[in-house]
Ligand binder design. Structure first.
Ligand code: NAP
Length: 350
C-alpha cells in the first residue's frame, strides 16, 4: 500500500481534518494520478453531511478530479506518465451488463463504484469504502480515467468531470440544439456549465434563477434570456414555452409550476437531488403530454466526448480556487448559493 494526504470529514456534523490515507498498489490496469485540482460539487456536501443517509466515515469527497499521470500498471495502454487526465464520479462498474456494454456505466445493473463513499473490498481501498479527490493521489483503473485535452486548463476542467457531463448527457439525450427552447433552472455549479454547453449546442437558452443577481454572467455564458423565479410574472409569461427544462436546484421546488412551463411533448429533467420525495399533479403531465424525467451523470465515452466538445468550444467552469483548509467555509458558501460558480481545491495545499 502507498499513502496519500487527504482532507476527510470525520462525522456528519464534523469539520474537515487533514489525514493520511492508504491507496492500493498499482494493478496491471491501474493508473496513479497526482491530483492537481478537485472541484467541490454540492453532492460532496450532501454526502459528507450525510443528508442522503448511508455516508461512511472518514469521508474523503471529490469527484471532479484533474491531475497528471504519475505511474501506470503493466497492462495500461490508454494513458502514459505525464498525461493530463481527469476522474469523475465513477471508478469502476461490472463491465458486462447491458448498460455497461452500451457505454452507460452510470446505470450499471450491479451499481457502479462511485469515486467516494461506495463500499469496496479493502484490497481496492483500505478502509473498505472509496475515497475521492480531496487527496494528493488517487489510483483508478484506466477505463475510468479521461484524457483532458490541451485546450482546457486543469483547474477549470476539473468541474467538467461531474458538472459538465451531468449537463451534457441530458442535453444530448433530449436533443438540445437549434430550434429547441431550453431552460436551465438554478445557475450554480451545474447550471452555469449547462448554460455554456446548451448555448454551444445551438439551443435558445433561458436561465430561471432565484433572482436577477447573476443575470449579466448568465448572458456572458450564452443565455438568451434570464428570469427570476421569485417573480410570479415569470411563470405566467413563460407558460408552455420550453422543450427541455433542466432542473439543477439542490432544494425542493414547487415542481408543478415548472411543469406548466413545458410545451407539448416537453420534458423536465431532474438533476438536483434534494433529500425529500416530490409529488406532482398528474394533470400537468397529461394535459400537454409532458414528461418528468431524471438523469445521472453520464458514461465514460460520453464524458470524453464532452471534454473534447468543451475544448473545441472554449468551455471551462468559472471557478474560485481555494486552499484545502478553506473547505468547510466553502461548503457553507455553496449551501448559501454564494459561489461564482465552482470552488476548486488546489491540491498542492493538501
Ligand atoms: P450548487 O452549486 O449549490 O447550485 C445549485 C443552484 O440551485 C444554486 O446556485 C441556486 O441557483 C439554486 N438554489 C439553491 N438553493 C435554492 C433554493 N432554496 N431555492 C431555489 N433555488 C436554489 O449545486 P450543484 O453542485 O450545481 O448541484 C446541484 C444539485 O445537483 C445537487 O443536489 C447535487 O447533488 C445534484 N447533482 C446531481 C447529479 C446527477 O447526476 N443527477 C450530479 C451532480 C450533482 P440560483 O441562485 O441561480 O437560483
Amino acid at each position: 500500500m502507498r499513502t496519500a494526504a487527504a482532507y476527510a470529514m470525520p462525522s456528519p456534523n464534523g469539520a474537515f481534518e487533514k489525514v493520511t490515507i492508504e491507496r492500493r498498489e498499482l494493478g496491471p490496469r491501474d493508473v496513479l494520478i497526482d491530483v492537481k485540482y478537485a472541484g467541490i460539487c454540492h453532492s460532496d456536501i450532501h454526502t459528507a453531511r450525510d443528508e442522503w443517509g448511508g455516508a461512511a466515515y472518514p469521508c474523503v469527497p471529490g469527484r471532479e478530479i484533474a491531475g497528471i499521470v504519475a505511474a501506470v500498471g503493466s497492462a495500461v495502454n490508454k494513458h502514459q506518465v505525464g498525461d493530463r487526465v481527469g476522474v469523475g464520479c465513477m471508478v469502476d462498474s461490472c463491465g458486462v451488463c447491458a448498460p455497461c456494454l452500451a457505454d452507460e456505466e452510470q446505470y450499471c445493473e450491479s451499481g457502479a463504484t462511485m469515486t467516494y463513499n461506495t463500499p469496496v473490498d479493502p484490497a481496492v481501498q483500505p478502509g473498505g469504502h472509496t475515497m475521492g479527490g480531496y487527496s494528493t493521489q488517487v489510483v483508478v483503473t484506466e477505463h475510468f480515467v479521461l484524457a483532458i485535452p490541451e485546450g482546457i486548463g486543469l483547474d477549470v476542467a476539473a468541474p467538467l468531470l461531474c458538472a459538465g457531463i451531468t449537463l451534457f448527457s441530458p442535453l444530448r439525450h433530449w436533443h438540445a440544439g437549434p430550434g429547441k427552447q431550453v431552460a436551465i433552472v438554478g445557475m450554480g455549479g451545474l447550471g452555469h456549465v449547462g448554460v455554456k454547453i446548451a448555448a454551444a449546442l445551438g439551443a435558445e437558452v433561458t436561465v430561471l434563477s432565484h433572482s436577477l443577481s447573476k443575470q449579466d454572467d448568465g448572458k456572458l455564458f450564452g443565455a438568451n434570456h434570464y428570469y427570476a423565479t421569485s417573480d410570479k410574472q415569470t411563470f405566467r409569461e413563460l407558460r408552455n414555452r420550453f422543450d427541455i427544462i433542466i432542473n439543477t436546484v439542490s432544494a425542493d421546488l414547487p415542481i408543478d409550476s415548472y411543469l406548466r412551463l413545458l410545451a407539448v411533448n416537453g420534458t423536465l429533467v431532474q438533476l438536483g437531488l434534494p433529500e425529500n420525495p416530490m409529488s406532482v399533479k398528474t394533470f400537468n403531465l397529461a394535459a400537454y403530454r409532458r414528461s418528468l424525467s431524471g438523469s445521472m451523470i453520464g458514461g465514460i465515452a460520453q464524458t470524453q466526448e464532452m471534454l473534447n466538445f468543451c475544448a473545441e468550444h472554449g468551455i471551462g467552469a468559472e471557478i474560485e480556487l481555494i486552499s484545502a483548509d478553506e473547505i468547510d467555509g466553502a461548503f457553507d458558501r455553496v449551501v448559501a448559493s454564494d459561489v461564482r460558480y465552482r470552488f476548486v481545491i488546489d491540491a498542492a495545499t493538501i
